[in-house]
Design a binder for this molecule. Structure first.
Ligand code: ADP
Length: 353
């Protein structure tokens, strides 16, 4: 019997197998080095991106199954090697934006901003991210607070991150949130970063473009306080869909946060909503609410921002203790009435299976 199998058939079959991390086919990624047909035996040589690629077995099994399913194939002999530096370079191509960015699919980038430090901006970013993950969304946090990163500590994460084929792999929290922070790249996390504005901006664009975020519904960007270079770089270089503005009840906080609102308006990024943190303290003994920072000025912020109040969060010592222990994902979400609903209503995405 003469073989009717052709190289094209084999390559077509392999073009339906995707690298699970890069979401491109083996043929498009030039991972198929050689195909040989000897009667009903097909011999294939694949080149995976890195020797320690965690998806090697999956790629091999799917390639074998795809080719084996072709009529006339009895046996598939598979050899797997690793790409040379040159081959990997070709795969990465030249991209001004960063190589990983070409392979990322991020539906919505949302910045969490405050203008003023210490109001609980990172805490709100962390709570919102873990609440979204618990709802089944795919979420990442880019810690753009380069000089004062607190996201790693909230989630109990430590670097260094692994190198993937086209960039750095984000760390994953216990709940499945993807996290990347400049802190992961420091030899010692107590080491300060003493950089001027342009370098900070560059670091943020790298945390965006050189990190393998993969497929995400939401990427939250935790901005440093203020209306400085970091905030400006983020809003100008990343496709920010909107901002969650965090404030506290005090008049001083509200005044500074209003500056941040004006900045966002000046660069044309809309404010999705305002979160008032430390709005009150509920006494565990009497249930009475005490307004530690005085009466709320948050409505002034919502009026300036022309945005709704997403939530008013209490001062809660348990919250502080969980944050210090790196267990922010254990916070009971009913303590944040409305935050999640209001957020997903403001920027809805379809939860995928
Ligand atoms: P920012 O990002 O605005 O500088 P953080 O989010 O890092 O502020 O908050 C600093 C710390 O303050 C948190 O790690 C947490 O321990 C504490 N904190 C913030 N908000 C609350 C709150 N509502 N209740 C108790 N502690 C809080």
């Amino acid at each position: 019997m003469t073989s009717t199998l052709s190289q094209k058939q084999i390559l077509d079959a392999l073009s339906k197998v995707n690298d699970p991390e890069l979401h491109r086919s083996l043929t498009e990624l030039k991972m198929v080095r050689k195909v040989e047909i000897r009667g009903d035996v097909v011999e294939i040589e694949l080149a995976i991106t890195l020797p320690n690629c965690p998806f090697r077995a999956q790629i091999e099994s799917e390639a074998r199954t795809a080719v084996r399913a072709l009529p006339g194939v009895k046996e598939v002999v598979l050899h797997t090697g690793t790409m040379t530096d040159k081959e990997r370079q070709a795969l990465m191509g030249a991209s001004a934006e960063g190589t990983a960015a070409k392979y990322n699919h991020i539906q919505h980038v949302v910045a969490v901003m405050s203008g003023k430090g210490g109001v609980g901006k990172s805490l709100v970013a962390g709570l919102l991210a873990s609440a979204l993950v618990q709802q089944g969304y795919r979420v990442g946090i880019l810690d753009a607070d380069i000089t004062g990163p607190s996201i790693p500590m909230l989630f109990g994460l430590q670097g260094p991150p692994e190198h993937g084929p086209v960039g750095l792999r984000p760390l994953e929290s216990r709940g499945g949130l993807k996290v990347m922070s400049m802190n992961f790249l420091l030899a010692n996390e107590d080491q300060p970063i003493i950089w001027r504005g342009p370098l900070i901006g560059k670091a943020i664009t790298q945390l965006w473009g050189d990190v393998m975020w993969g497929d995400l519904d939401y990427l939250l960007v935790d901005l440093p306080p203020g209306t400085s270079d970091a905030a400006l770089s983020t809003m100008q270089s990343l496709p920010v869909r909107g901002i969650v503005m965090v404030t506290t009840p005090q008049g001083l906080a509200a005044m500074i946060v209003r500056k941040a609102v004006h900045m966002a308006q000046a660069v044309g990024v809309s404010i999705l909503g305002v979160v008032e943190n430390m709005a009150y303290f509920q006494c565990p003994d009497t249930g009475k609410q005490h307004f530690i920072f005085g009466p709320s000025h948050a409505t002034e912020v919502t009026l300036t921002a022309k945005a709704p109040m997403l939530a008013q969060l209490p001062i809660d010592p348990t919250l502080a203790a969980l944050c210090d222990a790196g267990k922010i994902e254990e916070v009971i979400l009913s303590e944040m009435p409305g935050l999640l609903d209001a957020f997903t209503r403001a920027i809805p995405v379809q939860i995928r299976e």
